[in-house]
Design a protein around this ligand. Structure first.
Ligand code: ZN
Ligand code: ZN
Length: 431
């Protein structure tokens, strides 16, 4: 056992084997990459030791690092409460990063790492703080739906297959950097059409083939089916699968709702919402309710398993065509052709900004603030009190891509032409 002083000395060194360069504490806080080898570094919240990105346990104090996963595709499962956004002025000068290939899927993030999937199958691994490129994986087919990450494993749907990559191992510079998937699975009957959804143990995907949607549930460790059979839902095209309590919820565009029990894959008797769902607007899960929109510009909610069976309530009738939606316990932000409208959690109108560009990608509700990326490429920050933006930042030209991502300290967005921008809204290390 090394002496305490020696241990502390070691923990201020780069954790990557074969490097071990001394790390300046402040530099690590702002950069999160070793200046010598370029390896990704994360700092333990309890003892301040430097660890490898996505390390499961701190090498200083041995505590589980609990690498924080930010929501994969926004809204598919309930996210924790987020603090308000202070400012969106502070764009990092190292951004934008030009990746040079179109992006259709949303970026995802964990522990300081941004994962940006490009339509050509490349998956770029970037530092959230500096844009530094930690590496690149290449999927065997095009990527059009948002991947998911869990415990260091990345689940990518590409073409008809889903592939699991051990990103934690890939980033560990001591091991060889071959990038063969840990496992791959081919969906027969259509390609995954919606973002990948994960819980603690399982990966969920919907493959659509004609009128049949097949829900696949695979073990994260081995890629094996976890149920006796994959439920097939013969109800036409569906929305993305959602995670609400013990169920995966599948909603057809015709308005049928199917609850699939996560433990055994059994589909409960379906119920109908009596309205056609707007296929352009991804539903948003907030605690035990689903907020979504229909084809008549109405916002409505489904509470699938309230005590007395499912509840379906109309929340708000919009005059303009709805293009995006996000919700928290306190607010519902609705993007539309005329701008953005903020409702309280029950649907009461707080304000409406009707003289801005349309907001077609999912906004971000954080505490008492709302971040919206308008179709002209402007980031707009609103608070709950008034319809005038309190802050504004130009992110792109008009090439607005998939929905932006919020992490503990940054908002990151990728354009349709593969430019990545990150704005620091809260200094690193302060929570
Ligand atoms: Zn190093
Ligand atoms: Zn520690």
């Amino acid at each position: 056992m090394a002496s305490t002083a020696m241990t502390i000395e070691l923990l201020r060194r780069c954790p990557h084997i074969g490097c071990g360069a001394p790390l300046d504490g402040d530099a690590v806080d702002s950069d999160h990459a070793c200046g010598q080898c370029g390896g990704g570094v994360t700092v333990c919240n309890s003892c301040r030791s430097a660890n490898r990105l996505l390390a499961t346990h701190c090498r200083g104090c041995g505590m589980a690092t609990g690498a924080e996963v930010w929501p994969c595709h926004p809204g598919l499962r309930a996210a924790g409460r987020r603090d308000s956004i202070h400012s969106i002025k502070k764009a990092r000068t190292t951004f934008p990063i030009h990746l040079g290939s179109p992006a259709i899927a949303s970026p995802i993030g964990v522990d300081g790492l941004l994962v940006v999937s490009l339509a050509n199958g490349d998956i770029e691994l970037l530092s959230e703080y500096s844009g530094k490129r930690f590496g690149r994986l290449t999927a065997p087919d095009e990527i059009v739906v948002t991947p998911a990450i869990s415990a260091g494993s990345l689940f990518v749907a590409a073409g008809p297959g889903v592939h699991c990559y051990d990103v934690s191992r890939y980033l560990d510079r001591s091991s060889d950097r071959h990038q063969t998937p840990v496992w791959s699975f081919e969906c027969n009957g259509g390609a995954p059409a919606h973002p990948v959804l994960v819980d603690e143990q399982t990966v969920y995907l919907i493959a659509q083939d004609g009128n049949t949607a097949t829900l696949h549930a695979l073990s994260q460790s081995e890629g094996r089916p976890v149920w006796n059979e994959f439920p097939r839902i013969e109800s036409g095209p569906t929305m993305a699968p959602l995670l609400v309590n013990d169920y995966i919820v599948v909603i057809s565009l015709a308005g049928d709702v199917f609850l699939v029990n996560r433990s055994d894959g059994i589909v409960e008797p379906s119920f109908h919402t009596r309205r056609e769902v707007n296929p352009q607007v991804t539903p948003f899960v907030e605690r035990d309710r689903i907020v979504l929109t229909d084809k008549n510009h109405r916002v409505f909610e489904i509470i699938p398993n309230s005590g007395g069976g499912p509840l379906i309530n109309e929340v708000y009738a919009m005059r303009a065509r709805i293009t995006s939606l996000a919700a928290s316990a306190d607010f519902i932000a609705v993007g539309h052709m005329a701008g953005l409208t903020l409702l309280d959690g029950r649907g009461g109108r707080r304000w409406s900004a009707d003289d801005i560009d349309p907001v077609s990608v999912t906004p971000i509700v954080a505490g008492d603030t709302v971040f919206a990326l308008d179709d002209a490429g402007n980031g707009l920050l609103f608070n709950a009190l008034k319809s005038n933006p309190i802050d504004k930042a130009r992110l792109f030209g008009a090439n607005v891509g998939p929905p932006p991502l919020i992490t503990r300290t940054h908002i990151a967005a990728v354009s349709t032409v593969g430019d990545v921008v990150a704005i620091e809204y809260r200094p690193a290390g302060k929570t």
